[in-house]
Ligand binder design. Structure first.
Ligand code: AMP
Ligand code: MG
Length: 493
């Protein structure tokens, strides 16, 4: 007798229960020949899912959307969004479905969501599909971010559909099963606010219950909730900036209110330090350039704040002042997180008034000489240990760096009982391995041709980004300038 093993999701779908008006019930399009390309066993463990069951044909059928598991209630979620500054009142999941919510082993509620699962009522002109390359890319960058300690949505699996889809040419299709603290976005609030004040209030209460239950007791819960999101985003964007991550498409529909990074479309890690760095082929004006990300985050939060005004006070005039104060706290909150992170990267145990100037001077030197961001910060632990050569070698003219070093080194080492421990601690926050663009492209090109070996190898490297391992030198090296100079990424395809 054969026993069918299915992955046992214990669904509890609060969004469908509470957020009528913000979704459409929908089913995934059948995938003709599903094949599991990647399974996140670490995440499966967090969700208490049986790995063998997920790998079985029944499990893969669930992960690609061919079978609706017991207790799931698949819906396409509605949201609006400012895309490159222009408002679209109705975007929504054009090619994705929320399957349902589960509680993970720590009791945290997580969404299980499918991306690339076919057209929905929100699809507009799109085909509802996703290609293998971009879905593996989302999985890879998401796991790299997770290993770097950055809040992020994560892929549970990527399944090839067995169908070819139309892009620049024909490409193999895939579905990504995404796990997120929630899929509530700034754009979800914009959609509700644009429709119905009661819907907006229900959404805000739902979001508070899910993400910040303690603010329900505040004098003004909706203002306190706004502050909570502003703080979560200030912390998140600081983490991006500390590792050189460029999201690439920070539209308001691609900004969560949970503070997790979402929607790995044209994102990429910066190599040579330059705040103007843009990789996305469609970001002609540099709106989402590396150095502009804190500013854009605040702009997006202003859009969130606007939606909350009617909940913060009955009279707009009474709401605008306090909401503006909260919004204007973003730069200071960001700076607190970023400076704390920079101090850790530089091995500084405490804060001094002139730290910011010292840090900015280093960044200016790196910018002027186009020094690789990741390599430079990683090399600073050796400087602490007495060997400045690897860091110096990153500069075409090391003289200004030589002049800068004593200003920093005295701060890092004076008063430190154990200098070796300072260097070790720096290596815990300055990664040696990041998803370098040339490595990512190489791995995805092979995967699209059916060879997953380079992808799996890169995933394994990125799972421990702070631990230098012999034999992995290639993964730590920057791309040749010729590759780096012309690198472009493409949006959500
Ligand atoms: P993104 O920029 O990838 O976050 O997507 C913006 C909007 O376009 C969202 O509403 C998506 O659901 C929708 N979208 C993107 N690609 C497709 C597609 N291939 N088919 C249908 N909708 C899509
Ligand atoms: Mg999106």
């Amino acid at each position: 007798m054969s026993v069918v093993i299915r992955p046992q999701f214990d669904f509890d779908n609060s969004y469908v229960r509470e957020m009528e008006g913000l979704f459409e019930h929908w089913q995934a399009t059948q995938a003709p020949a599903p094949r599991l390309l990647a399974l996140n066993t670490d995440l499966a463990g967090e969700l208490d899912l049986d790995i063998e069951a997920l790998r079985s044909p029944e499990g893969v059928a669930v992960l690609v959307g061919n079978v609706v598991p017991d207790g799931a209630s698949p819906v396409a979620q509605a949201y609006a969004g400012h895309q490159f500054g222009g408002f679209s009142p109705r975007l929504g999941d054009g090619r994705a479905l929320l399957l349902g919510e589960v509680l993970d082993v720590q009791g945290n509620r997580r969404d299980i969501h499918l991306k690339g699962s076919g057209r929905t009522p929100f699809a507009r002109g799109g085909d509802g599909k996703a290609a293998v390359g971009p879905m593996l890319r989302e999985h890879l960058i998401g796991e790299a971010m997770h290993a770097l300690g950055i809040p992020t949505t994560r892929a549970l699996a990527v399944v090839a559909t067995g169908e070819m889809i139309h892009r620049e040419g024909m490409l193999p299709g895939a579905v990504l099963a995404r796990v997120a603290a929630s899929h509530l976005r700034v754009g979800t609030f914009q959609y509700a606010a644009n429709r119905d004040p009661q819907l907006l209030r229900r959404l805000a209460d739902h979001a508070i219950a899910r993400h910040a239950p303690s603010v329900a007791d505040a004098d003004n819960p909706y203002l306190a909730y706004f502050e909570h999101v502003v703080e979560a985003q200030a912390s998140l964007i600081a983490k991006w900036m500390l590792v050189g991550f460029i999201h690439g498409v920070m539209n308001t529909d691609n900004m969560t209110i949970s503070g997790e990074t979402i929607d790995y479309g044209p994102c990429a890690f910066m190599d040579a330090y330059d705040p103007a760095t843009v990789f996305s082929s469609i970001d002609h004006a540099g709106r989402y350039a590396f150095g502009n990300q804190p500013h854009i985050a605040q702009w997006n939060l202003a859009r969130l704040g606007e939606t909350l005004l009617p909940l913060i006070a009955d009279e707009p005039d009474a709401a605008i002042g306090p909401a503006t104060d909260v919004l204007h706290s973003f730069p200071e909150r960001f700076l607190v997180h970023w400076q704390a992170g920079m101090r850790a990267k530089l091995g500084l145990a405490d804060a001094h008034d002139d730290d910011l100037v010292m840090i900015d001077d280093l960044l200016a030197l790196m910018h002027a000489q186009r020094v690789d961001h990741t390599s430079l910060f990683r090399s600073l632990s050796a400087v602490v240990g007495g060997d400045a050569e690897p860091a110096r070698a990153l500069f075409s003219d090391p003289a200004p760096f030589d002049a800068w070093v004593p200003r920093w080194l005295d701060r890092a080492t004076s008063g430190a009982a154990d200098i070796a421990a300072v260097a070790v601690a720096m290596d815990r926050v300055n990664p040696i391995y990041i998803p370098r663009n040339h490595l990512v492209e190489e791995a995805l090109a092979a995967a699209t041709e059916g060879d997953l070996e380079p992808f799996d190898a890169l995933m394994a490297v990125l799972a421990a980004p702070f631990d230098a391992r012999p034999g992995l030198e290639r993964y730590a090296e920057p791309a040749t300038p010729a590759f780096a100079g012309g690198y472009q990424t493409f949006c959500g395809t």
